[in-house]
Design a protein around this ligand. Structure first.
Ligand SMILES: [Zn+2]
Length: 137
């Protein structure tokens, strides 16, 4: 089961996420957070999905290669009539993303290589290698 606890994010990311979520809710666009922190083991299991395990490929990141592992990312879905919109087509996606981007997040939807629509991350402008070397936000 994925960790969905906002308290397990980096404090700065947690504060920005809480502010963005509150703003979405105030605008009538509640969200469902499905993942915050992810361990090496969980990341490797996710990477195996669609490769050595059944399912659809959902990530190109192996252990150590996801910002979730550095507590800098969260995955979320718009709640529409109380249910998460897994189709990715509801107009709230782009409105919610605009709010998160305003609060300092990057949106996985804008990635060229492999789009991750539910994924939002805050990197401080640093590449992944910075965090892999022990860098801090
Ligand atoms: Zn993600």
């Amino acid at each position: 089961m994925a960790d969905r606890d906002l308290n397990h994010l980096h404090p700065q990311v947690e504060a920005a996420a809480r502010a963005a979520i509150a703003e979405c809710e105030a605008a009538g666009m509640p969200v469902l957070v499905t993942c915050t922190y992810r361990s090496d083991q969980e990341q490797n299991e996710l990477y195996a999905q669609g490769r050595t395990k059944p399912g659809r490929i959902v990530t190109n990141a192996r252990a150590g290669e996801s910002f979730h592992q550095y507590r800098l990312a969260l995955d979320l879905y718009p709640l529409v009539n109380g249910k998460p919109d897994f189709s990715g087509t509801h107009p709230n996606w782009h409105k919610i993303a605009a709010i998160f981007i305003k609060h300092g997040f990057e949106w996985g939807y804008n990635w060229k290589r492999f789009r991750e629509m539910p994924h939002f991350q805050m990197t401080g402008g640093h590449p992944l290698s910075y965090y892999q070397r022990g860098g801090q936000l």
